[in-house]
Ligand binder design. Structure first.
Ligand code: CA
Length: 221
């Protein structure tokens, strides 16, 4: 899954970007309001981490624009200490959550997990699907109760397909979830990862929808 980080402080942004990547998410980082506006308009993201104090366009203005244009993705705002009014105004303008600087990276990671899970319609942090159990916190995967080792990319594909169970995801959509700007994508990488997942879990788990993409069926518990 892919996060857009909008933060003009290089040192802080560096730390946050590393923290997001560490939790298995892909991050695109922009440093000013104008770049952020373009990224929001043209990219596909699962959530946004938005600093309110930005050069170019303010964080509040970005928030209003995103919601006015119908974007429903979760947005977590970063505000300065003692800025109660900012937090209230941000939440009222459509933000879903906030963190007050300075904050602990583990808290940001946990809040992002919660926002992503909720936005995909899951309340339980462990995703169960038939024989499969996936825990996004510990990155552990079980099939029929047995632990299965997956690489970071394999885990990311499985997690994405599971959160979108019942929906077909195109190769391009999956690639976008897996790679940040400027990262080299090998042409058959997704096919290879899906092949590994089928081998490690079950040949039937991931369906190929010819000419469209891949899908995990939605099973009713
Ligand atoms: Ca700032």
């Amino acid at each position: 899954m892919k996060i857009l980080l909008i933060e003009d402080d290089r040192l802080l942004g560096d730390g946050i970007a590393a923290g997001i990547a560490q939790s298995g998410l892909v991050v695109d980082w922009v440093l000013d309001g104008q770049q952020a506006d373009t990224a929001l308009a043209t990219g596909t993201y699962d959530a946004v981490v938005l600093d309110l104090g930005l050069p170019g366009l303010s964080g509040m203005e970005l928030l209003r624009r995103a919601r006015a244009s119908g974007k429903s993705l979760p947005i977590l705002i970063l505000t300065a200490r003692d800025a109660v009014e900012d937090r209230v105004a941000g939440l009222d303008a459509g933000a879903d959550d906030y963190l007050v600087k300075p904050f602990d990276l583990t808290e940001l990671q946990a809040r992002l997990r919660a926002l992503l899970r909720r936005s995909k319609g899951h309340a339980d942090p462990v995703i169960s699907q038939g024989e499969l159990q996936v825990d996004p916190v510990s990155h552990s995967v079980f099939w029929s109760g047995k632990s299965v080792d997956l690489s970071a990319r394999e885990f990311a594909i499985l997690h994405t397909l599971l959160l979108n169970a019942g929906r077909v995801m195109s190769k391009a959509q999956i690639e976008e979830q897996l790679y940040g700007w400027g990262e080299e994508i090998e042409s058959n990488a997704i096919e290879v990862f899906v092949h590994h997942l089928r081998r490690k879990l079950s040949p039937q788990l991931i369906r190929t929808i010819r000419g469209v993409g891949y899908m995990i069926e939605k099973t009713t518990p």
